[in-house]
Design a protein around this ligand. Structure first.
Ligand code: SAM
Length: 334
């Protein structure tokens, strides 16, 4: 394949994303969970146009999402299983590579961000993504359910990389619906947790905490981390927050944590860490662009985290890579 063909293939990635998303929305993976099915069976079950559905599935077979099973039937492949996991929860369907509708819409205005260095999302909606999703509660629920789904996948990696055995009470600052604090409390039954996020978000946390069996271990507090962060913890956890904000805002969030922490306490960030000279980090560099488009923010290097933490009254002690995109960054009050 020459360079032009390679590039052309990449430019079609949006089509792959949309095709996978639609197959998930139609619950094809679930329909194939137990046995192969014919196009007619699938079309009837999904209320779709048989020939067009056949064309969709044929295209997806070429990338291994499904496999042909003879006699015109379609079967699940190993990839289908992961898709089924997502498709079981309609709210999480948008976690598929096509992304959330409003995020995709903002990406269409990538050029605005590249030209101005500002958030395309804000350009379109005249407000931040967090304010937008706090007002559009149904959209917000989808966003935070999607985030939880991703964080559940990261949780194992975080727990493998970092021990909370010495903690008594972990405060998850901007913890969303509580996917990470729930996994931590499950692993360490002696621990207490405090989940802290915006009122519009924590209202959706109880089902997740209850299902995880940790609702009794975890207090849920609503608030604004630019105003204050709850006292009472000895480990302050911040996952996928700092990269949403520019240096001034990020420093304010960290300083508000510092204000309620004692010298023996720990700050634990989980964020992508860029290695500036390593161009072999596709996911991180695209996440960096995503941060620009949606939030007008960016990913940072370890040195940049060190400077930021120092400006907020912390000393960076360890950076522990995980098997996921996030690195655990530990810091102590300075
Ligand atoms: C990218 S999500 C990360 C959620 C969670 N830490 C995780 O990794 O699953 C960012 C979180 O920051 C929260 N957030 C944004 N602005 C906030 C504010 N002013 N006060 C408290 N939380 C806020 C959002 O509601 C959202 O849950």
């Amino acid at each position: 394949m020459d360079n032009v063909d390679t590039l052309r293939g990449r430019l079609g990635d949006y089509q792959v994303a949309q095709a996978v998303a639609v197959a998930g929305e139609l619950r094809i993976p679930e329909l194939l969970a137990h046995r192969p099915k014919s196009i007619d069976e699938l079309a009837q079950a999904t209320g779709t146009h048989p020939r067009s559905l056949s064309r969709l599935l044929r295209a997806l077979i070429t990338i291994g999402v499904f496999v042909p099973a003879g006699e015109g039937k379609i079967a699940a492949s190993p990839l289908t299983a992961s898709l089924r996991h997502v498709a079981l929860d309609p709210a999480a369907i948008r976690a598929l590579p096509g992304g959330l509708p409003h995020e995709r819409e903002a990406w269409e205005h990538l050029r605005h961000s590249i030209t101005t260095g500002q958030s395309a999302f804000r350009h379109l909606h005249d407000q931040s993504s967090w304010d937008f999703h706090a007002q559009q509660l149904d959209q917000g629920d989808v966003l935070h359910a999607t985030m939880s789904r991703g964080t559940q996948q990261w949780a194992r990696a975080v727990l493998t990389a970092y021990s909370f055995a010495d903690a008594a009470c972990v405060v998850d600052v901007g913890g969303g619906h509580g996917a990470l604090i729930a996994a931590i409390l499950q692993t360490y039954p002696h621990l207490r947790g405090i989940l802290f996020d915006q009122p519009s978000v924590v209202r959706g946390a109880l089902p997740l905490l209850t299902e995880a069996g940790v609702a009794d271990q975890c207090a849920v507090i609503a608030g604004d981390f630019f105003a204050h962060v709850p006292a009472g913890g000895d480990f302050y956890l911040i996952k996928s927050i700092i990269h949403n904000w520019d240096d001034g805002d990020a420093r304010q969030i960290l300083a508000n944590c510092r204000a309620v922490m004692q010298p023996t306490h720990r700050l634990v960030l989980v964020e992508p860490v860029l290695e500036p000279d390593n161009l072999n980090q596709r996911d991180k560099f695209f996440m960096d662009l995503h941060m620009l488009v949606i939030h007008g923010s960016r990913e940072r290097t370890a040195e940049e985290f060190e400077i930021l933490l120092s400006a907020a009254g912390f000393r960076l002690t360890r950076c522990i890579p995980t098997e996921m995109m996030g690195t655990v960054i530990e810091a102590v009050p300075d």
